[in-house]
Each structure stands twice: as C-alpha cells, then as structure tokens.
Design a protein around this ligand. Structure first.
Ligand code: ZN
Length: 597
C-alpha cells in the first residue's frame, strides 16, 4: 500500500502551452512525466509505474514465444556499414565518436546486432527457429519532436527478431507474433485494428501494423466495420460504384472546347455539366531515381492521371514507378513535358517512355480510369479542354496502377461484404514485418541445411512501442478532468480517498480498508493527505486510476462510496462487501478484454 502524503505526484491545474493532444496534456498534468529537452522526457513515479506494468505484460507474453536478450544501446559503425544503413539512416541516427576517434551510434533498431549474433553462433538448421527479443531504450533524432510521448527522440521498445530456415518457418514466426501482439494489446485494454501496411522498398514481403484510432495519430487508416478488412491508407483499396458515362458529342472523337477560367476541377465539372468523376485530373511530379552502382541520382517527369474526384496517394505512386522520392513539377518542367500550363494538363498527345523513370515522361494512369468513356481532360493549352476522351483509344501510358487514396464511405473491397469504409487517424503501437534475407544475406549469416548445404536464414523483425501503449490508452479514455487507464496498466488499481483526515474515525477506516485491499493483491493508493475533499477528488480523477473509494461520513453507518472513473458512476457499498466488489470489477474488466480477443 502506498500513501499519497509520502509520494511525489506533482499534479498541475494547467497543461503546458504547447500541448495539443490529450495524452501530452494529461501525462504532464498528472505528474507522469516532465520534459527535459526537445523530445526527451523524465518519467516520474506514476509514469514509470504504468510503463513497468506494460513492460510486465509484454514480457510475460513474449516469453511464450521468444527468449529475452539485452543488447547495447551504443553501437559500432562497422556493423551498420555492413548492412548499408550507416548512410541509409541519414540524420535520424544519433552519431558520436569515442576518445580514439572511432564512430559509434545510438541504436534505433537492432537488426544488425541480432544478425551479427546469429552469424557468429548459429551453424545448423537444428538450431532454428530462434526468436530473440529485448525491451530497451532506443534513440531517433526526430526532426520535429512533439505531442508529448508520441514523437520523441528517446523511447522504449520491445523489439524481436526471428531466424528461420525457410519461408514457411518465417510464416510461422510471423503468425506467432501476430497472435502474441493481439494478446498484449488486448490485455493492455487497447481497442486496436491490425492493418495491412506498405512493406516499403526494403524487399520485405509482408507487413502488418497494429493501430489505435485516435485524432492524435499521424497515420491514416481505412477499416471496414463489417468484416475485418483494415489497411494503411498507403495500401487500402475500395470497390468503386459504376459511373454513368457522359453521352459523346459530334463524331465521338476528342473535341477541343474553349474553357476560359476553368483551371479547377469544380469549374470544369460545372462548365461541362458533368460529375468530377468524368473529368481526368492530372498531378505532375518529378520522381527521384536512385543511381545504380555509383551513378548519381536523377529526377524524371512523372505525370499521374486519375478521376477528378480522387486524390493521388504519393506512397502508392512512388511504389508503382519505383521512385525514391517525389516533388511537384516546376512551371518550366511543365512546359518541357506538357507544353501547357497547370490547370489544363491532359494525357492526349503526350509522349511517354516504355519503362518508368527512364528518358522522357512516365505516364501513370489510375486503375479507376480503365474502361471509362467520353471523359473531359485538359488540352495542354491554356483555357482549353478536350471532351470525348477515351483511355486506350486517345492516349496510352507507361503503366496503369492503383495510385489513388480511398475515401471514407467507399465500399469495402472484400467480396460480398457490402460494408462502407471508415477512414481515420490512428497511432501505431506495434509492427510486424517479414524482413526476408536483407540482413542475413548482406551480413553473411549462414547455416547448414538438412542436406549439409550452406543456406541463408530468413528473418523477421517485430516492434512494440512501450510508451505508445500508454499514450494510446490515454487518447482512447479521457475527458476534461483527466483520464482512466485499464486496471492492468494503471499505476494503481484503486485510490482510497479519506475525505477528512482530521476525523480519526474516517482516517482509521480508510487505513484499515486500504490494508485489506492491498492484502488481496490489489495495487492500492491511500490518499491520506491533509487536503480538502474536492482537491483530492480532482487529483484522483486526473491521474488515471480506474477506481476510487470515498471514505466519508457514511462510514458511521457502515457504507462507503465506490466510484468507477470510466463511467463516472458511484454507488454506495457496505464496508463488508467492498473488497469483493472491487476484485469483481477488476476481474470483469479483464474478462471483458479477454472476450474481445
Ligand atoms: Zn468489409
């Protein structure tokens, strides 16, 4: 049992001026954390206590599938040269030199170190599979630290790495992590979705993120409330409703129409009396092609065409053409490739290359234009559009691909589902990723297979952001007075508030009750401070403890008040029943989360 009067819990009435998201405001106000520098924080008593509970759950579940290691946070440059990431990590990596001038870095992730262990120690398929994990401090020189613990430069991660003899083995390690992650997030009381994610240009084959919907998040995800479809917006697709095509005019061939002041999609639609879905929008970029074998990087024109009511998803577009980066075309580049101004760009008459990012212009057409007819498009001439444009007949392309972002309310892509997609901001709490052979190959890890032949083990890498779990839990459960955490990760399960400590009867009853509760294994905080009841209630509401017991005047008649922070409901309970009541509530809460699992 802990006594509030002896603890350091520096609660504040006001949040820091720069705090925008709920978790940032409340972590500071509840005395969980204090900022030391940009993106670096001190964790005080309550914060550390909650994080330790999260770590306890993560460790307990990870021990079911893996073995815990603890690797250094300070890492020699040589390993990162071998994997190619010494330069690849760029400015995100904290770098330093030792007294002899040797280069070191602060670890952001540990693929290299784990692979170096595998390389030196694993010899045979008989030693596989292996799953190694650690819970450790990581560093990342975030360009714009903000949002309290959501975007920081020092944080705690559970990271694990699997080594398998073949792809089937990796599938199994991946699935084991998937199952364990669901258990962990469920036990932590998070309402999460598992989304299919973009696996990037790193050669990974499958990637899944665990996300919690909250406006504080910086990622956009689309999910279906009917089936279990969920995907990062960079990957999400939807089923489009058929569009009623416009009737052709004249002989049905492209016709030049004078459209003064119709640079915007809306004005084009109004001018032609069509839906924006029958207009072809052009978004013109320059795409960066990484130089191969020592050649310099080069920029190439990329023209993307899609429906007027759709938005380009730049990650999808980059993936489709293989660009390392995109930037908007400058006016002189528009002139070079289109011979026309912004607002009047169109696909008809453009010359395009055969392969993306080669000499000339790469023309990418979104899949939703396939089979469409009698569309309107810019004529690459100021104040002119073309109508009766038919893709394939009137223009061709370098490639056709899915390059659009899905919109809220579009139909779920799952066959026969019929659900409408929900698009919202979310925060990532975990990520599981099939790495493949990238590190084991480049760093030379080899084992002997069943036939005595040398083979490269296949790897997976898996992360959980420990502080992210705490912040996501706060984001999903707060009101104007503070927040409430699930009992499993709250610093205390119950606070016993003695409304007036100068009343000996109340004080004694509170003491006795707190001891009884603690004796049953509950984490109990006794608020024995010599403060007004109102001050104590306000503090209790603020600091994330799910249950409060008020020991007040009714004690004389054998009753106390049990308050549930989440629903802000309170009931009178007989003193004799209170221990059983609290235990039952906590058990029900745990059961509830288990059922959702
Ligand atoms: Zn669905």
């Amino acid at each position: 049992m802990h006594r509030w009067s002896k603890l350091f819990i520096p609660t504040l009435r006001e949040a820091p001026a720069d705090a925008e998201v709920a978790s940032h405001k409340f972590l500071i106000r509840a005395g969980y954390i204090r900022q030391l520098g940009a993106g670096i924080y001190n964790y005080l008593f309550l914060g550390q206590r909650s994080l330790n509970k999260i770590i306890g759950i993560v460790r307990e579940e990870m021990d079911q599938i893996g073995q815990e290691f603890f690797l250094p946070a300070i890492l020699p440059k040589e390993l990162w040269i071998e994997s190619g990431r010494w330069s690849g990590m760029g400015d995100n990596m904290f770098r330093l030199k030792d007294r002899k001038g040797a280069d070191l870095c602060l670890g952001m992730t540990h693929e290299e170190v784990m692979t170096s262990i595998a390389r030196s120690e694993l010899r045979s398929y008989k030693q596989l599979p292996q799953i190694w994990y650690q819970i450790q401090t990581k560093f990342r020189d975030e360009p714009r630290p903000k949002s309290g613990l959501l975007r920081v430069r020092q944080f705690t991660m559970k990271d694990s790495y699997s080594f398998d003899i073949d792809a089937a083995g990796l599938d199994k390690s991946f699935d084991l992590h998937d199952a364990v992650y669901r258990k962990i997030f469920t036990r932590c009381g998070l309402k999460f979705v598992a989304v299919e994610a973009d696996s990037g240009a790193m050669g990974g084959s499958q990637s899944q993120e665990f996300m919690v919907y909250t406006d504080a998040g910086e990622d956009l995800i689309a999910s279906c409330p009917v089936c279990d479809y969920a995907a990062n917006l960079e990957k999400a697709t939807s089923r489009l409703e058929p569009v009623a095509e416009v009737e052709p005019t004249g002989d049905g061939n492209p016709e030049l129409v004078h459209t003064p002041d119709c640079a915007a999609i809306a004005s084009v639609a109004e001018f032609f009396k069509i839906s924006p879905a029958s207009d072809i929008k052009c978004v013109a970029y320059m795409g960066l092609k990484r130089g191969q074998s020592g050649k310099p990087d080069t920029w190439h024109g990329v023209a993307s065409f899609l429906r007027g009511d759709h938005q380009v998803n730049e990650t999808k577009l980059m993936g489709a053409v293989g660009a390392a980066d995109l930037r908007t075309m400058l006016p002189e580049e528009l002139e070079l490739f289109f011979k026309g101004p912004a607002g009047y760009l169109g696909p008809v008459g453009l010359k395009h290359n055969e392969k993306p990012l080669e000499e000339g212009l790469t023309v990418v057409v979104d899949q939703s234009l396939e089979g469409r007819k009698n569309l309107v498009a810019g004529a690459n001439k100021s104040d002119y559009h073309l109508r009766n444009v038919i893709p394939g007949r009137d223009f061709t392309w370098t490639l056709m691909a899915d390059i659009r972002s899905v919109n809220e309310g579009e139909a779920c892509p799952t066959d026969n589902c019929g659900g409408k997609l929900v698009v919202g901001k979310a925060v990532e709490v975990g990520h599981i990723f099939k790495l493949g052979y990238k590190y084991s190959e480049s760093m030379g890890a080899r084992v002997l297979d069943l036939n005595g032949k040398q083979v490269t083990p296949i790897m997976g890498s898996y992360g959980i952001g420990i502080e992210r779990i705490l912040t996501a839990a706060i984001e999903q459960s707060n009101d104007e007075n503070g927040f409430w955490l699930p009992a499993s990760i709250a610093p205390f399960t119950v606070v016993v508030t003695v409304t007036n400590v100068s009343d000996a009867a109340l004080r004694d009853a509170g003491e006795k009750l707190a001891e009884e509760l603690a004796a049953t294994g509950l984490d109990v905080l006794l608020d024995d401070r010599n403060e007004r009841a109102g001050v104590k209630f306000k503090d209790a509401d603020l600091v994330g403890i799910p249950y409060r017991i008020n020991v007040g005047k009714k004690v004389a008649s054998g009753f106390i008040e049990l308050v549930s922070r989440d629903k802000a409901t309170s009931i009178d309970v007989a003193l004799a029943d209170i221990v059983a009541q609290v235990k039952q509530r906590v058990a029900e809460e745990a059961l509830l989360t288990a059922v959702e699992d």
